[in-house]
Ligand binder design. Structure first.
Ligand code: TRP
Ligand code: ZN
Length: 888
């Protein structure tokens, strides 16, 4: 897209610096829905008043609205004729309005035709809504921005048979029947809320009900609504919800405020879940679970997502965002809250490793590509593209750093001040940081750069030991590579947690030069604020090994130049569980990178004994938590290895990683077998840290054993597949078998589908396993599966399972040298763009980092981006990602 002068003429860019307060506020919203799958009529009655904060004296009234059919418009009871308003693609303008008035708008929409799943849509006969970020404008004309907060009353009228259950936010105040045999329900939400938190659901649903008594003694009704066949899959979510409610009371002093809290499971949903006030809507896959159908990972995930949405009631709903640039105000903070909740309920170290793994594999990668943006972006074309690992997960790391700077108690003082000062308001990230500063009497102005500068900072650390003076000095240099629109970066304020290990591997007491008080700590947080800085420790009578960035104290890359021996030492001894794991990962990475070079030079590959020895010792260490062992013995993913390479050599990475796994499989075969056997169990399934740890270690062993490709091992996997009493073990066996061209593979896959074809969540797993297989011909297989009855291009979960998994979770096949994977992605993006732009835009991201690959692949990837951009009427969502990817 370009004009005649060659200027890009894509969709408009919205800038943070252009923010102005709304011209009009809406105090009350009264919505009347006449529900029908293909023609729903909405009557909105709005009480409108001019906003004194707006700079203009007599501004026109602009209401956002998209894909609506306007039926009528009345101002203070008087119908408006066409000369009195203007309609365009983006909304409705009424140039001349009084200071205060009532506006009645009647519109019609077609939920059945809404495949974008924004606004009001039909999911398998059930009507539901998704309004964040800008879906409400597809329901009625409205100032669809989060700084307009209103009181909602909602009346739903619908067919009794098709829509027996009628839900919206708040409390049910009245219900009844109409003369024509339909029924209705009226809901009132007493809280002030922005339009993005509005929701309705109408359908044939059953509910599981429970109750919760808040700390102050209020009774709250809890309901989870699902389709009849999923009635038995609600227990875990219900337990999680009650755990989350208790945790927020104990940890943040925050109680729930309405009399009822509802969760609804929906099969077609663009994201994980949505925190609509009092009526959360969940992707079925993020709420439904039973031991037979859900894995440990699913159980874990559900617990944290249920909590995440619940926590939004304070961090997001009662205190909301002024504008969408502030998204991390609610998302970064709420992810931090759910991470801490999971850490408190399960294993803290395991949780930290999981979270850092996500950040380093996905967020660090985003920082090196064309979509890199700060935690608070300052511009966007389509806000849906900014629900990212940067805003969510890096945002959570930034909040975590604040907590580490002010301490847990200081942090609580800060959140108390933030919630009480801003309850009922739409605020900014500055407001959050200011509450932290004022409650703790500190200054965070340099720290604010974490919100405004994109990119992953790099710390280059050099050490210097002075035997005579008995001092040990760390020389630290920080830098941050340029990102789009930000060629130069100012130094960050980086808290670096450091420990020093003596020769035995024990932590030394730390005394910083210049500190008067005697050192009592064995971990010190160094405050790095300059581009170059040195820290000297005194009283060190032997050269120590430094453990840097303990607990991943800041989202940075640390370069130390440690050799294998030092890393193996830290891997064996570091008292910080996170850093012990990290040392193992760094050791494995160093070896992998050296092997990749050898592979490229066509030299024979050899794995040295120190590494095998370190693995054996960890595997057999009875004092270690089993889950930590499993994490320690998992090699870095292909994607993460790729990020450490100057040019990504897809085949070399795949072959070398496979070589390393196979070598470990043979070298430690007896040990893998021994631990596999020792960790079997006849117990029925239980979701707890100990059992999860046992299963994860056992399945890690099975994974290595299969790499021997011995029939006896395949038999073992088949036996586990057949005999497991829970989905974790069944699926582990099945997904491993799917990587080998053996008859058992087909047998197990067919058996699995036969058994589970009626259960959509399980069918998603079945699709994903096949899409993730490293076998050649996987692409043909994926194309065939797209024709299978189990697949639907209109269902985001199925698209993610099959297409998403292939394009973002199967590097060796997606990046096939002939470009077939890229061609496939191009085909799917073009089809999905017309159906569901949000899903299409996520998919394109797999092409965005084309510059990281060899020339041949670069050309092939660019071709597909250009092909996508050539499409007539391309969505804003896809245009933004594809065009930014091609910018040089
Ligand atoms: N606010 C949701 C969360 O808890 C995110 C979300 C759900 C969303 N559905 C969406 C964002 C649709 C954009 C579009 O994280
Ligand atoms: Zn959220």
């Amino acid at each position: 897209m370009a004009d005649l002068a060659g200027n890009p003429s894509g969709p408009n860019v919205v800038y943070l610096k252009d923010y102005t307060p709304p011209a009009y506020l809406i105090d009350n919203v009264n919505l009347h829905f006449d529900l029908d799958a293909s023609a729903t009529q909405v009557r909105a009655t709005l009480t409108v008043r001019r906003n004194a904060e707006h700079p203009e004296a007599n501004p026109p009234l602009f209401l956002d609205g998209q894909q609506l059919e306007l039926l009528s418009l009345r101002l203070e009871g008087e119908p408006l004729d066409e000369a009195q308003y203007r309609l365009d693609e983006e909304g409705l303008t009424i140039p001349d309005v009084p200071e205060q008035f009532e506006l009645i708008i009647e519109t019609r929409t077609n939920p059945a035709a809404n495949t974008a799943l924004e606004g009001l849509y039909d999911s398998g006969g059930m009507l539901c809504t998704q309004c964040e970020a800008q879906g409400f404008r597809r329901i009625t004309y409205f100032p669809d921005r989060p700084d307009v907060m209103s009181c909602y009353t909602v009346t739903l009228v619908g067919d009794k048979a098709k829509y027996p259950v009628l839900l919206s936010n708040g409390n049910l105040v009245e219900a009844g029947e109409t003369d024509d045999g339909r029924h209705w329900a009226r809901w009132e939400d007493p809280s002030l809320k922005p339009s993005y938190l509005f929701a309705l659901v109408a359908g044939q649903l059953v509910c599981q009900e429970d109750a919760y008594t808040t700390l102050s003694g209020r009774e709250v009704v809890l309901r989870i609504y699902v389709e009849e066949e999923n009635r038995h899959k609600c227990d875990h979510a219900m337990t999680s919800l009650k755990q989350a409610m208790r945790w927020d009371e104990e940890t943040y002093g925050r109680e729930y405020d309405l009399d009822i809290y509802m969760i609804v499971a929906v099969n077609d949903f663009n994201m994980g879940a949505m925190e609509n006030k009092g009526l959360n809507i969940f992707n079925s896959s993020c709420v439904l679970a039973s031991p037979e159908t859900a894995t440990d990972h699913d159980f874990y995930n559900i617990q944290s997502i249920v909590a995440h949405e619940y926590f939004h009631n304070w961090s997001g709903n009662r205190v909301t965002c002024r504008d969408w640039f502030q998204l991390s105000l609610k998302e970064g903070f709420t992810v931090f809250r759910d991470q801490e909740f999971s850490a408190d309920l399960n294993s803290r170290a395991v949780k930290r490793i999981d979270d850092v793994n996500i950040l380093r594999t996905h967020q660090f990668a985003q920082d090196t590509g064309p979509m890199a943006h700060p935690v608070r972006p300052d511009r966007y074309m389509e806000i849906s593209n900014f629900y990212t690992v940067t805003v969510y997960n890096k945002g959570a790391e930034v909040v975590r750093m604040i907590m580490n700077l002010v301490g847990r108690e200081g942090f609580r003082k800060g959140t108390d001040l933030y919630f009480s000062r801003h309850d009922g308001q739409a605020v900014t990230i500055e407001d959050f940081v200011r509450a932290m500063e004022e409650a703790n009497h500190i200054e965070l102005s340099q720290f604010m750069r974490w919100y405004n500068q994109a990119g992953t900072p790099v710390l280059k650390v050099d050490e210097e030991y002075d035997e005579q003076a008995q001092t040990y000095t760390l020389h630290i240099e920080q830098s941050c590579p340029p990102t789009p629109g930000q060629p130069e970066k100012q130094p960050f304020h980086i808290p670096l947690a450091v420990g020093l290990l003596d020769m035995q591997g024990d932590d030394l007491l730390l005394q910083l030069a210049g500190d008067n008080a005697p050192g009592e700590a064995r971990t010190r947080v160094l405050s790095i604020t300059e581009a170059r800085q040195s820290f000297t420790f005194t009283g060190i009578n032997h050269r120590p090994v430094a453990s840097l960035g303990r607990g991943f104290s800041a989202p940075v890359k640390i370069q130390t130049g440690y050799d294998d021996e030092q890393l193996a030492f830290l891997f064996a001894h570091d008292s910080d569980e996170f850093n012990r794991w990290d040392a193992g990962q760094k050791l494995a990475m160093n070896i992998l990178l050296r092997l990749i070079e050898q592979f490229q030079q066509k030299k024979p590959l050899m794995l040295d004994d120190t590494f095998i020895h370190a693995f054996r010792k960890t595997l057999l260490n009875p004092r270690l938590d089993k889950a930590l062992i499993a994490q320690a013995l998992s090699l870095p993913s292909e994607g993460y290895i790729a990020d450490q390479c100057e040019v990504v050599d897809v085949e070399a990475i795949f072959e070398v990683r496979h070589f390393m796994r196979q070598t470990l499989a043979f070298e430690l075969k007896d040990e893998w077998l021994q631990i596999y056997e020792a960790n079997s169990s006849d117990n029925s399934y239980a979701f707890n840290a100990e059992e999860m740890a046992r299963r994860s270690l056992r399945n890690l062993c099975l994974g290595y054993l299969l790499e021997t490709e011995e029939q006896a091992m395949f038999d073992r996997a088949m036996q586990q597949y057949r005999e497991a009493n829970n989905m974790t073990d069944t699926l582990a066996a099945l997904s491993m078998l799917a990587n080998y061209a053996i008859p058992e593979r087909q047998q197990a896959l067919e058996d699995f589908y036969r058994k589970w074809q009626h259960d959509q969540q399980v069918v998603e797993k079945w699709l994903a396993i096949q899409a993730g297989s490293r076998l050649p011909r996987t692409l043909q297989h994926v194309r065939q599966l797209m024709q299978h009855e189990a697949f639907s291009i209109k269902n985001p979960n199925k698209v993610r399972a099959l297409i998403g998994r292939f394009c973002a979770g199967n590097p060796i096949n997606f990046h096939a040298g002939d470009g077939s994977g890229y061609q496939f992605l191009g085909d799917q993006v073009l089809e999905l763009d017309s159906l569901n732009p949000q899903i299409a835009a996520r998919l394109v991201q797999s092409l965005s980092r084309w510059k990281r690959y060899d020339e041949k692949r670069q050309t092939l990837m660019k071709q597909q981006l250009e092909r996508i951009l050539d499409k007539e009427g391309l969505s804003k969502d896809v245009y933004e990602v594809a065009s930014k990817s091609l910018e040089t």
